[in-house]
Design a protein around this ligand. Structure first.
Ligand code: FE2
Length: 282
C-alpha cells in the first residue's frame, strides 16, 4: 500500500456569492485555483437568514458540472432546461451545464440552519458544448453505510461493495460524507491516478503528523490509500476524488473552457441570449 500524504492544507475563505450568500470557499481561491478536475468547492453553513435568504437568482454556467449536496435546509432550483427541483436535507443535485444553463437556486426557508456544499467538476473538451442535463436524488437514494467507527453517506463511487447514485465516467468521481467517532481511523483505497481532497466541517482530523480543523481543505498527494484519524471529539468531512482531465483550463466566472476564444464566445453568447436553447414549455 502506498499511503497518500498531505500536500496542502487550505483554510476556507468567507466569500459573498449569488445575491449575498456567505460561503466558505476552499478550492477556487488564490491559495488553490483548481485541483484538476475540481474547479471550486463552496461550503454554505449558517443559521442566520441574512447570510442565505437572498439566494442565487438567475445566473449562467457553461463548460462544467455543478454538484450540490444539502446537509440541512431546503432550496428550490429552476433552470432553462425546464427543470424545477427541491433540494432537501441529505439530497444531492447533479447539473451538467455543458453548452449552457441559466438557473436559480433560492432558499425555501426563512429561518433555521442551511448547510451544504457545491462542487464544480470540469468537463472534458469534447463534452463542453454538448447538451446540458440534470439529475436529482433524495436522501433515501444516498446509501448510508456503517463500517466500524465510521458512518458513510455515499454520493459517488464505491464503498463496502455499495455504489453512490452519482456517476461521472469522465473523472471516475468518488464523493463520501464521512462521520467518525472520537479517535477513530478511516482507511480508504482510491485509484492511484485520482486527485483527492477532504474538507472538514465538524470536529477535527489528523493525517500523518498534520492536523486539520473545521473549514479546512486537506489535499492529498499520490498513492493508492489514505488514512484519516478523528480528533477526540470526532469529526465529519467530505472525501472527494477524481481522475484529472489534463486539459487547459480557462475560466471567467461561471464559464470554464479550454481557450480564451471559447470564453469570449461564451460571454458573447450569454450577452446575445444564445447561451441556452429555446426555453421549453413549462
Ligand atoms: Fe449556479
Amino acid at each position: 500500500m502506498n499511503e497518500r500524504a498531505i500536500t496542502a492544507l487550505i483554510a476556507a475563505q468567507r466569500v459573498s456569492e449569488g445575491a449575498g450568500v456567505i460561503v466558505h470557499r476552499s478550492l477556487g481561491t488564490p491559495a488553490m485555483r483548481h485541483l484538476d478536475p475540481f474547479l471550486m468547492l463552496d461550503h454554505f453553513s449558517s443559521d442566520n437568514p441574512d447570510e442565505y435568504i437572498s439566494g442565487f437568482p438567475d445566473h449562467p454556467h457553461r463548460g462544467f458540472i455543478t454538484l450540490t449536496y444539502m446537509l440541512n435546509g431546503h432550496m428550490e432550483h429552476q433552470d432553462s432546461m425546464g427543470n424545477r427541483g427541491d433540494l432537501r436535507a441529505g439530497g444531492v443535485q447533479w447539473m451538467k451545464a455543458a453548452s449552457g444553463v441559466i438557473h436559480s437556486e433560492m432558499p425555501r426557508q426563512t429561518e433555521g440552519l442551511m448547510r451544504g456544499f457545491q462542487l464544480w467538476i470540469n468537463l472534458p473538451a469534447a463534452e463542453k458544448m454538448g447538451p446540458p442535463a440534470y439529475q436529482e436524488f433524495g436522501a433515501d437514494e444516498v446509501p448510508e453505510i456503517r463500517a466500524g467507527n465510521a458512518a458513510v453517506r455515499l454520493l459517488a463511487g464505491t464503498f463496502e461493495g455499495r455504489h453512490g447514485p452519482i456517476d461521472d465516467p469522465h473523472t471516475d468521481l468518488h464523493y463520501l460524507d464521512v462521520t467518525l467517532a472520537g479517535g477513530a481511523c478511516f482507511r480508504h483505497p482510491l485509484p492511484e491516478d485520482a486527485h483527492a481532497f477532504l474538507y472538514v466541517f465538524e470536529g477535527d482530523v489528523a493525517v500523518g503528523a498534520r492536523e486539520a480543523g473545521r473549514h479546512h481543505l486537506v489535499v492529498f498527494g499520490p498513492g493508492d490509500s489514505l488514512s484519516v484519524f478523528a480528533g477526540t471529539a470526532g469529526a465529519r468531512f467530505i472525501l472527494v476524488a477524481g481522475r484529472p482531465l489534463n486539459e487547459p483550463i480557462v475560466q471567467y466566472g461561471p464559464f470554464v473552457m479550454n481557450t480564451r476564444d471559447e470564453i469570449e464566445q461564451a460571454i458573447a453568447d450569454y450577452r446575445d441570449g444564445r447561451l441556452v436553447g429555446p426555453a421549453p414549455r413549462r
